[in-house]
Write a protein that binds this ligand. Structure first.
Ligand code: FES
Length: 193
C-alpha cells in the first residue's frame, strides 16, 4: 500500500484543528487527539496515512506511538485505503436477534465481497462493527455520519444499490415507523386529553 510521505492540514482544517484544541483547558490539549485524527482522516480521503498520524502527534506534542495507540484502537479509523463508502453493519446481540446475519449475507451477495472487503468498483467496503448504540432501531448500518435503521435484507440491498448509483438515501428508520415508536404504532401520548 502506498503511503504518502507527508501530510499537512489544509488551511480550513488547520483553523478547525486549532479551534478544537482551544476547547481544552491548559495542559489538556492532547485531549483533542480523537477529533484531530477524525479531521485528518476526512481530509486524507477516508483513511489515516502514517504521515497524518505523525502530523497529529506533532501538533499535539505527543509521541507518535501514543497517537498510534488511539488510531489502532478505534474501529472508526482506517489505516489503509477503503472504498468510497464504508457500510458498517452492527452484529452485536440486539441487532443479531433482529436479523443482522441475514443482512450481512444479503450484502455480501450483492457486493460480491466478504466482511472486511471492498467491492471491485471500489465503491463500497463492507464491515462488521460492535453496538452502534441505537439498538432500539435494530438492525442497522452506519454509513458515514448517518444511521440507516429497521433494515431487512431487501431494504439493506436497496440502500447499497442506491449508494452505488450515486444517490443519497434518507437516513433513519427504513421501515414505516417514526423514530423509535412501536412498530405497531404509537400507544401512549397520543393526544392532549
Ligand atoms: S446492538 Fe446494534 S446498535 Fe446496539
Amino acid at each position: 500500500m502506498d503511503q504518502p510521505e507527508t501530510f499537512a492540514f489544509d488551511e480550513a482544517n488547520r483553523k478547525t484543528a486549532e479551534a478544537i484544541i482551544a476547547r481544552y483547558p491548559d495542559g489538556r490539549q492532547q485531549s483533542a487527539v480523537l477529533p484531530l485524527l477524525d479531521l485528518a482522516q476526512r481530509q486524507a480521503g477516508g483513511w489515516l496515512p502514517r504521515a497524518a498520524v505523525a502530523a497529529v502527534a506533532d501538533m499535539l506534542d505527543m509521541a507518535v506511538i501514543r497517537v498510534w495507540e488511539v488510531a489502532t484502537f478505534y474501529t472508526m479509523f482506517d489505516l489503509a485505503p477503503v472504498g468510497r463508502t464504508c457500510v458498517n453493519v452492527c452484529t452485536t446481540t440486539p441487532c443479531w436477534l433482529r436479523g443482522s446475519n441475514d443482512i450481512v449475507a444479503a450484502l455480501e451477495q450483492e457486493l460480491g465481497v466478504a466482511l472486511g472487503e471492498t467491492s471491485d468498483d471500489g465503491a463500497v467496503t463492507l464491515r462488521e462493527v460492535e453496538c452502534l448504540g441505537a439498538c432500539v432501531n435494530a438492525p442497522l448500518v452506519q454509513i458515514g455520519d448517518d444511521y440507516y435503521e429497521d433494515l431487512t435484507p431487501a431494504s439493506a440491498v436497496a440502500l447499497v444499490k442506491a449508494i452505488r448509483a450515486g444517490e443519497a438515501p434518507k437516513p433513519g428508520p427504513q421501515a414505516r415507523r417514526r423514530s423509535s415508536e412501536p412498530a405497531s404504532g404509537a400507544k401512549t401520548l397520543k393526544g392532549e386529553g
